[in-house]
Design a binder for this molecule. Structure first.
Ligand code: UD1
Ligand code: UDP
Length: 355
């Protein structure tokens, strides 16, 4: 049973579900918690990426951490006890991940975590709590990177009764597979008459930025400054839109609704560079040979920083603009593959089918 609910989880699950469908001895039941619910945050991914329709949708959204996680656990428990799956599969680090993990393990069901072992080492982030707890109670931990495996070893996971497998990153599989399907007259490049290399692609949604008005103000200032010399395209997460609607920040760049994955891939392919606080988008920048400026104080994807594909600037306006000027015309130098070979989902399906 796959438990998903937030945008990045639909994208990750799409490729894993495709791999499961090719195994005659695996049957997948998908549960959508409802955490993300706007058409452009949920339905568009199921449609474009041909993800099987969920068997259950809990419709739990827009609550605080306690209420959201608790209500999800309560409803998930009923479904888990009815279906009694051999494995419960969760992705990443959202409240959906934590609720699924706790509900599974408290009912003695085997738990599988995809994107295990990542750490920001910032315990103020809700995502850090969610991923640490989920990792600790998982039976099978699929890690995307060597860094993730090392993190688990340092935390003593060799002493725990669990299996750890480094398989690569399913987001790389998704980017490779679905980027063949993008573009054409209906694509965003054509619809918005965008020229290749002419714009900066930005996304902002992390709580640490949206819920701290000083940080949010700095981010808007960074983007306003960049917009003076290069077009900025910002597909805006509903969380950020709600907060901006209550403020009177002056915004001098192009804000659009969240885009579907195909449009996002087109924007990633054609942008000059990326500014983001997203986890997934940092890696996608690298997949498409784009430098990334990360508007956070740390990242889980440290190999991008160590290899100088990614710069962590927090919300320091001067630092962000200095980096922007340094890299805006720089040629991207790709080295070894950091996120596997694009076969992470197949490895996961093989691993589970052989058990
Ligand atoms: C969640 C994850 C975050 C992840 C992000 C991916 C947690 C704690 N956080 O953050 O790690 O990076 O998803 O995008 O789980 N909203 C809408 N429409 C939607 C979805 C959300 O209006 O379709 C609004 C909600 O009503 C709420 C706000 O956005 O007011 C935040 O949503 P929530 O799901 O709590 O967290 P995210 O910020 O999306
Ligand atoms: N994404 C998208 N449309 C958008 C913004 C992001 O399809 O308007 C995709 C993005 O390409 C990536 C995933 O959503 O695959 C990342 O999700 P998000 O940034 O919401 O969450 P995070 O990765 O930070 O948890």
């Amino acid at each position: 049973m796959t438990i998903i609910g937030a945008r990045p989880q639909f994208i990750k699950a799409a490729v894993v579900s495709r791999a499961f469908a090719q195994k005659s001895n695996l049957r997948e039941i998908i549960v959508h918690t409802g955490q993300h619910f706007d058409a452009q945050m949920s339905d568009v991914f199921f449609r474009e990426m041909e993800i099987p329709a969920p068997s259950y949708n809990l419709r739990i959204d827009s609550l605080g951490h306690g209420a959201m996680t608790g209500r999800m656990m309560e409803k998930l428990e009923d479904i888990l006890l009815k279906e009694l799956p051999d494995y419960v599969l969760v992705y990443g680090d959202t409240n959906t991940t934590l609720a699924g993990a706790l509900a599974a393990r408290k009912n003695n069901l085997k738990l599988v975590h995809i994107e295990a072992g990542l750490r920001s080492f910032n315990m103020k982030m809700p995502e850090e709590i969610n991923r640490i707890v989920t990792d600790r109670i998982s039976d099978i931990l699929f890690c995307p990177t060597q860094t993730a495996v090392d993190n688990l070893r340092k935390e003593g996971f060799d002493n725990f009764k669990c299996n750890i497998a480094q398989v690569g990153d399913v987001m790389y599989d998704a980017a490779l597979y679905y980027s063949q399907k993008t573009g054409g007259p209906d694509g965003i490049m054509n619809r918005k008459k965008l020229a290749e290399g002419s714009f900066v692609l930005a996304t902002i949604h992390r709580a640490e930025n949206t819920d701290d008005l000083e940080r949010l103000k700095n981010i808007i200032q960074i983007l306003n400054e960049i917009a003076k010399e290069m077009m900025v395209v910002l597909p805006l997460h509903p969380r950020t839109r709600k907060i901006l609607a209550s403020q009177d920040f002056k915004i001098d760049f192009d804000v659009v609704d969240p885009v579907g994955y195909f449009d996002m891939l087109e924007l990633l392919k054609n942008a000059r560079l990326i500014l983001t606080d997203s986890g997934g988008v940092q890696k996608e920048a690298y997949f498409f040979d784009k430098y990334c400026i990360t508007l956070r104080d740390q990242t889980e994807w440290i190999e991008l920083v160590n290899n100088q594909y990614n710069w962590i600037v927090g919300t320091d306006v001067k630092l962000a603009l200095d980096v922007f000027h340094k890299i805006k015309n720089a040629k991207f130098n790709r080295s070894s593959a950091l996120y596997g070979n694009g076969d992470a989902a197949i490895k996961i399906a093989d691993y589970l089918a052989d058990r």
